[in-house]
Design a protein around this ligand. Structure first.
Ligand code: ZN
Length: 135
């Protein structure tokens, strides 16, 4: 893993949260994107070199809807940039982590992504993120 790629925050209402975070950072979201397969609508902000992703559920079965039901709004995941997601998945499996997506999937922001089960990472949902270069 090379660095934190972004931090994901679960929100109930993307529109009002967009306004809130635009005030917080002093600049608006640079991209809003729906990931239909995940049942989420995402919004991205830059804060200096750091990226923040807001996530709103688009249906009741969305993992974001379930997260907010259980825990309320707040930090949902930390995403780490990896050079080769396939190699990283293999490495982490060997280390005993529970990988939720053995085959990486296409996430928001043109990335290939895979998640680690929070039960194997002290309660933190970890996202692996690779620039989508069709590896
Ligand atoms: Zn993310």
């Amino acid at each position: 893993m090379r660095k934190i790629e972004h931090i994901g925050i679960a929100v109930k209402d993307l529109e009002s949260s967009n306004e809130l975070f635009a005030k917080l950072f002093g600049q608006p979201s640079y991209k809003i994107e729906e990931v239909e397969s995940e049942g989420v609508k995402t919004s991205f902000f830059m804060c200096g070199p750091n990226k923040i992703e807001l996530l709103e559920a688009t249906n009741e079965d969305s993992p974001i809807a379930k997260f907010i039901d259980k825990k309320g709004e707040g930090i949902h995941h930390i995403a780490f940039d990896v050079e080769n997601i396939h190699e990283e998945i293999e490495r982490l499996k060997k280390e005993g982590f529970t990988v939720l997506n053995e085959t990486p999937k296409k996430g928001a922001d043109n990335k290939l992504v895979a998640f680690l089960h929070p039960k194997s990472t002290n309660g933190v949902l970890i996202e692996l993120c690779q620039e989508n270069t069709d590896l």
